[in-house]
Design a protein around this ligand. Structure first.
Ligand code: PGA
Length: 248
């Protein structure tokens, strides 16, 4: 069976002082949790995560990575650097990066490959805009985004992915997809995984993201193909993040 995974995506938030309280609050409230928990933080705070979270059940990771191994790419951070901070996860293809940094699905696929090459787990984000949903293109859009990754990776590597379905219109808006809407897309994504690697499909975790919060987490996480959450706003308060972890 798939262990549920709850990942906090801090985005560009935090400070050393605020993080210390948040991380300690999360660790202190985990007793009895059956889901796995992780936080993906801004790169300058990876050392702090490693210091505070080593030896706890909470994993940590980054929010982006370069496709390059090293060299003259000012401002970029490569996968081997992230691995030095013992990251378990790296988010790739978040819709904010696709939108603000023009990341294509092909680039996202290369990032996923770079993360795997350093022994970490990519969390591959896919999601449609409101206009695409209204046009009935949801499954085609997310299928294209995931398809680019599946095409570049070896079938065996597909088993090591985490996928996150995050409808763009639900991110940070307070409007979540209904459990039925999300389940429909998750099931389609799992079918697509199955076509590439039959054995991997039942084990790859597909997270839902987009205004998941304590009030709607239980119902979303009860869907058969929703294996966890990628949490933005609600991951910045220990109490809310913990409530979602315990709901899983
Ligand atoms: P949200 O963000 O939970 O604030 O909607 C989710 C995400 O962007 O990963």
């Amino acid at each position: 069976m798939r262990t549920k995974l709850i990942v906090g995506n801090w985005k560009m938030n935090g400070s050393r002082a605020v993080n210390a309280g948040l991380l300690e609050g999360i660790v202190a409230g985990l007793d009895g949790a059956r889901a796995e928990a992780a936080v993906c933080v801004p790169a300058p705070y990876l050392q702090q995560c490693q210091d505070v979270l080593t030896g706890t059940p909470v994993a940590w990771g980054a929010q982006d990575v370069s496709v390059h191994a090293c060299g003259a790419y000012t401002g970029e951070i490569c996968a081997s650097m992230l691995a030095e901070f013992a990251c378990r996860y790296v988010i790739v293809g978040h819709s904010e990066r696709r939108a603000y940094h023009r990341e294509s699905s092909e680039l996202v696929a290369q990032k996923a490959r770079a993360v795997l090459a350093e022994g970490m787990t990519p969390i591959v984000c896919v999601g449609e805009t409101l206009a695409q949903r209204d046009a009935g293109e949801t499954v085609a859009v997310v299928g294209g985004q995931l398809g680019a990754v599946l095409e570049l990776l070896e079938p065996a590597q597909v088993a090591q992915l985490v996928v996150a379905y995050e409808p763009v219109w639900a991110i940070g808006t307070g409007k979540n997809a209904t459990p039925a809407m999300a389940q429909e897309v998750h099931a389609a994504l799992r079918e697509q995984l199955r076509a590439r690697n039959q054995d991997a499909a039942p084990t790859v975790r597909i997270l839902y993201g987009g205004s998941m919060k304590p009030e709607n987490a239980r119902e979303l996480l009860a869907q058969p193909d929703i294996d966890g959450g990628l949490i933005g706003g609600a991951a910045l308060k220990a109490r809310d993040f913990l409530a979602i972890i315990h709901a899983a």
